[in-house]
Design a binder for this molecule. Structure first.
Ligand SMILES: [Zn+2]
Length: 286
């Protein structure tokens, strides 16, 4: 039988765990070859003391070195067969000065990075690939660029894989949003008790509004990761320098394993002419 290969294009170390960690572990357990392309080194992540990139002592190279080790650990936990680092510098959030660094992923011409990805695709010939939608799922420039280079690379190769974007159904997003708002309120109350007053965040009028949730009827793959949620949690935890404070970690492993039992995707190319919503990302290939 033909070797099944899955490849995902992710922006930063930790994205592989958060948006496809369950899928990776599940496929590895099924004997599928799995490839991870991580586009940036994550220089704009938190420093070991929690400092953000605008802090004067924040050292992007040091942050990247820590994240490289964390990524290696997550790759082991998820059973990923091959990790390819494209090695671009993290572009930071929209409007940050790092956007203009010529070595940043955002400043790299799409066709240049896409050609590198195309070489990997031609060598590995994954039947199924995954990245983010045109908004980079949540608007981060590196995620948008990951989307762009993936679509451009598909134009450069000699076959058509099935492409999926990761997604959260709108009905699920409603719950998460409520949870995040609650956390924000609690943080503001805790700050207020300490005498810290924060200016309320004013939305940027130039900011394009987009909805992170995908209409439920557009979801075309619902993957039950219930058997491997523990591994997904452990892979997230491997990125401790970035997410020790995240709502996932605060949830704790047990609660996480109860709640985070599904990953969702939207099919974008469909060379196997699959109909409707599937529960196997390799539907049509096995
Ligand atoms: Zn990211």
């Amino acid at each position: 039988m033909e070797q099944l290969t899955f490849l995902a294009v992710h922006a930063h170390p930790d994205d592989e765990a958060s948006s496809s960690g369950g899928l990776y572990r599940l496929l590895a357990d099924q004997g599928v070859r799995t490839v991870l392309v991580t586009c940036t080194n994550g220089e704009c992540g938190d420093a070991p003391d929690g400092a953000k990139p605008d802090a004067s002592h924040h050292d992007g190279d040091e942050v990247a070195a820590i994240r490289a080790v964390e990524l290696d650990n997550a790759v082991k936990i998820l059973g990923i067969s091959r990790l390819v680092r494209l090695g671009y510098r993290d572009s930071g959030m929209k409007g940050w000065p790092q956007n203009d660094d010529p070595e940043s992923f955002w400043a790299t011409p799409v066709e240049v990075a896409a050609a590198k990805l195309a070489d990997i695709l031609i060598a590995e010939r994954p039947q199924v690939i995954m990245t983010y939608n045109a908004h980079g799922f949540y608007g981060h420039p590196d995620h948008i660029q990951a989307h762009r280079i993936t679509l451009a690379a598909l134009e450069m190769i000699d076959y058509e894989p099935t492409l999926y974007f990761n997604a959260i159904p709108a009905s699920v997003m409603v719950h998460w949003r409520a949870r995040w708002e609650q956390e924000d309120r609690e943080r503001a109350e805790a700050d207020a008790a300490k005498g810290i007053v924060r200016e309320p965040e004013v939305p940027d009028p130039d900011e394009e509004e987009f909805e992170m949730g995908t209409p439920d009827d557009e979801i075309s793959a619902i993957i039950d990761i219930g058997d491997v949620t523990g591994a997904k949690f452990d892979a997230l935890e491997a990125h401790v320098s970035q997410i020790a404070d995240s709502f996932w970690m605060k949830m704790g492993r047990e609660r996480f394993m109860e709640i985070m039992r599904t990953e969702w995707f939207v099919r974008v190319t469909n060379p196997m002419n699959i109909d409707g919503c599937v529960d196997d990302i390799f539907a049509g290939y096995r």
